[in-house]
Ligand binder design. Structure first.
Ligand code: TRP
Length: 336
């Protein structure tokens, strides 16, 4: 029997998902679900660092789960679960806290970015600071082999590996499997439409920068039409992230939703104007997102079904988490 390797991945239920989430995360989940033993987690405890509204976080969880199902993730092939349902994450979290240094957390660029505009020390919650340790707990609890991530999470993964190796060394035993990360390819980083030098982010104030998975057809059309291209004359549909970041970004989107290589797209659109190219992209994008939206609406209405999926996921994940935390605690010398 071939034992499948373990993959761990998580998304925070922080609100509307973008085409960037689909291309960077969900599309990979689709691919991995049959090849690996996958743990797909809805990281609601991470989302608590930012959201302080009971109704909102609840709705976000059901929205995210519905989207996960809408894109074609099959809960029969993987373990989809809610982070807060598995208390063992917190059991490991405390333990890892005791082996992580403040200096290490202080260096996390995501933390530094997040607190940039905040009134220092007064309103920065400790969850934001300790967030990478919770992420390490998620990963290390399931004997994870691989974690698919985008560039912005590399530092967190390096920290996870460092903590795991440190503990293994202290106890001269491979208590933790050391996880590797898989960096998603080209299309993993979808950029802002009007400013293709920065990552598409749902929290951007300029909503024209973002394609949400549930955007209406009109919105998709307007946003793509507004997207920045370049002033090359005659216009050329070519992939070059440095010289032509706008067109390259649109090519990435096109390539990802249609599963056509960039090379083939460059050939197909060789004599196209930017307008004509955008028209084709708009057509394909609307078609693609329509399907997701239809499925989303179908699942989102079935609250009992969604609850059942989470319950099943909880039972599956908890069985493993319980066994693993016992093993970890025993090796540290606590909890007999
Ligand atoms: N921090 C991740 C993000 O915002 C989400 C996350 C939580 C995660 N736990 C994880 C990702 C474990 C990978 C592995 O994207």
């Amino acid at each position: 029997m071939i034992i499948k390797k373990n993959i761990f991945s998580a998304i925070q239920p922080t609100g509307k998902l973008t085409i960037g989430h689909y291309i960077g995360v969900l599309k990979n989940w689709l691919y991995y679900q049959n090849k690996y033993n996958c743990f797909f987690c809805i990281a609601d405890m991470h989302a608590l660092t930012g959201i302080k509204n009971k109704i909102k976080i609840k709705n976000n969880i059901y929205d995210l789960l519905s989207i996960i199902l809408a894109v074609g993730i099959n809960p029969m092939n993987c373990t989809i679960f809610l982070q807060s349902n598995i208390i063992e994450h917190i059991k490991l979290y405390w333990l890892l806290n005791c082996y992580t240094y403040i200096g290490e957390l202080n260096r996390m660029t995501q933390f530094k970015d997040k607190i940039k505009n905040k009134n220092k020390n007064n309103n920065i919650n400790c969850g934001l600071f300790n967030y990478p340790i919770l992420m390490s707990s998620d990963i290390l609890l399931y004997n994870t082999d691989y974690v698919p991530i985008g560039y912005d999470q590399i530092q967190h993964l390096e920290l996870t590996r460092l903590i795991a190796k440190r503990i293994n060394k202290i106890y001269s035993k491979n208590i933790f499997n050391i996880p590797k990360y898989i960096l998603a390819k080209n299309g993993s980083k979808i950029m802002s439409l009007c400013n293709p030098y920065k990552k598409m982010s749902k929290s951007d104030i300029n909503k024209n920068n973002i394609i949400f998975l549930l955007d209406s057809s009109i919105k998709i059309k307007n946003k793509i039409n507004n997207a920045l291209t370049d002033s090359q004359y005659p216009p050329k549909i070519l992939y070059n992230k440095i010289k032509k970041p706008g067109i390259s970004n649109l090519l990435d989107i096109f390539s990802s939703i249609k599963n056509i290589s960039i090379y083939k797209l460059e050939k197909k659109f060789i004599n196209f104007s930017y307008n004509k190219f955008k028209k084709e992209l708009i057509f394909e994008l609307i078609l693609f997102l329509k399907k997701i939206k239809k499925n989303y609406i179908f699942f989102r209405k079935k609250k009992n079904f969604l609850k059942k999926i989470l319950l099943n996921g909880k039972l599956k994940a908890r069985k493993i988490a319980k066994k693993n935390i016992l093993h970890i605690y025993k090796n540290i010398g606590i909890n007999y």
